[in-house]
Design a protein around this ligand. Sequence first.
Ligand SMILES: *Cc1c(COP(=O)(O)O)cnc(C)c1O
Length: 435
Amino acid sequence: MSRESIVALDKRRIWHPYTAMDDYRARVDPIVVDRASGPYLYDLDGRSYIDANSSWWVSSLGHNHPRLVEVLKRQAERNCHSALAGMTHEVAALLGEALCSVAPAGLERVFFSDDGSTAVEVALKASLQYWSQNGRPSRKRFVSLEDAFHGETLGATAIGGVELFRRPFAGAIPEHVRVPSPTRAGGLEPAVEILSAVLRQQGETLAAMVLEPVVQGAAGMQIYDPAYLRAARELCDEHEVLLIADEVFTGYGRTGPMWACEHAGVAPDLLCTAKGFTGGILPMAATLVSERIFEGFLGSADRAFHYGHSFCGNPLGAAVALEVLRIYREERIIEAAAPRAARIAAAFEALAELPSVARSRSLGMIGAVDLCGDSGYLARAGWRVYEEARRRGAYLRPMGNVVYVAPPLNIPEDTLGRLLEIVRESIESLTAHPG
Ligand SMILES: *Cc1c(COP(=O)(O)O)cnc(C)c1O
């Protein structure tokens, strides 16, 4: 098909995610991806783009990693899907073992689902049911952070803190408790004090605290002091509130260590993983839980976790996710990312001096700047940078006025260098042609 006919068909039928569709139809000339390889997307005209956000944070090993494609083909010939209800298969069993062996201490059991949102949904429902059948039925609510993002299902939306994403559902989703992160509260101490007061006053009604450890991704790469995590762990213990770490974005070395919880030396009671876990190949996710939570579902059949998506433990996804962990180990992905992370840190620190940059930050394989001017998810300056970057060969989708990179952890050094140049040139062009 020609590029034009694909775009025409798309514009007639497709409703795009997080996209103002009238603007898209009238003005957007989309990149039409033909194939993808390593850090690159190639469009139908043969132009290449460095994928600065690993396609919404999933392709942490780059696109179409040859080992993952090979494993996918082999598994497809053997078994594309069989249910996990009372049956099992080799790759699910091996993946459960491999995942627990790299997980924070105490996470011993794995529940598979489809994506980040369902991984969070599993954690929410498991926490609620745990308390309901283990003597504390009053624990029915969650505490989460302002600006939090935990996914798209109604349950995950209810604990989310991005106002724009919640507003249409106000009144239709349960009200939970939100507390400010250290960034929002004006520092670590006030944030911990607020959390402490909330847990003291409402602890008996709370099933769990949910948070994105250290980096709130969808809030615009907001990085907070890991000491807050340690304090949250202690306070949750004190008030018998479970701690759910949503590592859907931060896991798999995105922030440096395998898990962002490691910045604080903290282990949660439940941990959600997806995105990097999938190798960017197939929808797949896992929720890890402690032995104590798992045991809370033992006994008579009505105490079982009556939950499970059709594709729970999908063999294709599991085979790929298992190979992802092998690649991490054998290619020392996390250790090898350290010099790249240092380059991102240096480049973003230098961006802070540009007149159109209000604030800059970085952690691990994440670098972000806030552009000056209007803020919020619907701000436009980020899109002007996007257009500039696209002309220079990078896909640099912004979040409002936040321009960021979260490239594959194994992006070749020279490609990373070029990407960082493109980011700089594209932001500089804002002042060259103020619009
Ligand atoms: C992306 C994300 C989710 C949702 O994952 P999906 O795969 O998009 O459903 C949940 N939590 C965090 C922290 C995320 O970044």
